[in-house]
Ligand binder design. Structure first.
Ligand code: PXP
Length: 244
């Protein structure tokens, strides 16, 4: 079955906009768990713009479903991950000035460094995922460094859709399709995420190699109108319909 990982970062974005104690991302995570999330994703950014260290402590304490800890490849984040030993870590590129994770990780260029970086995480029992664009050399490099999972970056595909650039969207979807098959043929588990919405999720959910989608910003926004559980239920229905 295709798993849905719910990213609760942007509950913390709303909280931090006022420097208040609410809304609590851990409460959202528990609600998502009750509504059938297969996992919770949280990105502890270097600048702590949304999720805070205390949120990670509380999530590790509170969750019954796996936590997917998104992190940059820095010593600070590695130490935090090794302290908590979450079920999964997803290594993402991070730039201070970006609004969100803009591109995939440059694995091919930093192969040695990343291989050394992920080894202790794997040894600690974390399932290591690498967030990359649908690009063959990056997938081959992710495989060589010993990642168990790749998460394909669906941001460009979603952006093209909303910009009405449908030829480019379809070309990107074709790349994602081909690279999901390629990664699977190497023995990598394939995940996908970033920017997915009700309008864009189905062609990605239909890819048979994709085992997990990680979705956050849209779901948290949609939950203003529907509530988090109904927003998730509609996403789940679309994912299952696409798969069927
Ligand atoms: N997957 C990864 C690796 C991400 O970095 C993000 C954004 O934090 C997501 C999935 C979720 O993206 P969105 O919030 O746009 O749904």
């Amino acid at each position: 079955m295709l798993r849905l990982g719910v990213n609760i970062d942007h509950v913390a974005t709303v909280r931090n906009a006022r420097g208040s104690a609410y809304p609590d991302p851990v409460r959202a995570a528990k609600l998502a768990e009750e509504a059938g999330a297969d996992g919770i994703t949280a990105h502890l950014r270097e600048d702590r713009r949304h999720i805070a260290d205390a949120d990670i402590d509380a999530l590790m304490e509170a969750l019954s479903v796996p936590l997917n800890f998104e992190m940059a490849a820095t010593e600070e984040m590695q130490a935090i991950a090794l302290r908590h030993k979450p079920h999964a870590v997803c290594i993402v590129p991070e730039k201070r000035e970006e609004r969100t994770t803009e591109g995939g990780l440059e694995v091919a260029r930093e192969e040695n460094k990343l291989a050394h970086f992920i080894a202790p995480l794997r040894d600690a029992g974390c399932r290591v995922s690498i967030f990359i664009a649908a690009d063959k050399p990056q997938i081959e490099a992710a495989n060589r460094i010993g990642a168990q999972v790749i998460e394909l970056h669906t941001g460009a595909y979603c952006d093209y859709h909303y910009e009405g650039r449908f030829a480019e969207r379809d070309a990107e979807l074709a790349r994602l399709t081909e690279m999901a098959t390629f990664a699977d043929s190497l023995g990598l588990e394939v995940h996908a995420g970033h920017g997915l919405t009700y309008e864009t999720v189905q062609p990605i959910a239909a890819l048979p190699e994709v085992m997990e989608l990680n979705i956050g910003h849209f779901l948290i926004g949609e939950s203003i109108f529907r509530g988090l559980a109904p927003a998730m239920e509609e996403m789940r229905r679309l994912m299952d319909d696409a798969r069927a």
